[in-house]
Design a protein around this ligand. Structure first.
Ligand code: CA
Ligand code: CA
Ligand code: CA
Length: 189
């Protein structure tokens, strides 16, 4: 039973939410923008003891992976947990992710712009958290008013210290698998 619940995680190749009018499905998107070769490769939405950020906090995180053969610049890429606000958080400009490389972003709402007024913990800290009870993670590429959905995940209830990951890295053909977290490293089986 637990296993069945854990497998209830879908990728963008399946329906994400019920809103079919958003035009965000990458197969039907009318944007002329080319989708960068980067995916949401792994996420941990219930981090109890796995890894902590520089502030010593065991926060949620999202791992991106470059499936291409050259560097992907972060410029124009956005992460969000809200389908109605896909451009919620802009990835830091002037940086990128090497071919076959990983990049980890802390989903801790420690970007320095939250209601708490707490200072920013760095430019790889998102403006939102990941709900343990489940929600969405959306990666969007937007330039000059045009945008294309790059990847999207919708997940259900999470277990402590178990991440959801594509296996092998970058595999968008099947649902993510749950297992031992591998932050900024190759996903295990
Ligand atoms: Ca933090
Ligand atoms: Ca959230
Ligand atoms: Ca990993």
């Amino acid at each position: 039973m637990t296993l069945l619940l854990l497998l209830a995680c879908t990728s963008t190749d399946l329906a994400v939410g019920d809103d079919t009018s958003s035009g965000k499905d990458k197969d039907t998107d009318t944007s002329s923008l080319e989708r960068p070769p980067v995916v949401i490769n792994e996420f941990l939405a219930f981090n109890d003891t796995i890894n902590s950020d520089a502030a010593g906090e065991f926060d949620d995180w999202v791992e991106l992976y470059n499936t291409g053969t050259s560097i992907v610049q972060f410029d124009g890429l956005y992460l969000s947990d809200d389908q109605d606000e896909p451009l919620k958080w802009a990835l830091p400009t002037g940086q990128g992710i090497d071919a076959g490389g990983f990049a980890l972003f802390w989903a801790d709402d420690d970007d320095g712009e939250g209601d708490s007024g707490a200072p920013s913990q760095g430019d790889r800290h998102l403006s939102f958290n990941l709900a343990r009870a489940g929600e969405s993670i959306i990666l969007t590429y937007a330039v000059a008013g045009d945008s294309v959905m790059v990847d999207a995940i919708q997940y259900g209830t999470q277990q402590p210290d178990i991440s959801a990951a594509r296996h092998p890295d970058g595999n968008e053909d099947q649902p993510m698998e749950y297992g031992v977290p591998t932050p900024e490293a190759t996903n295990g089986p």
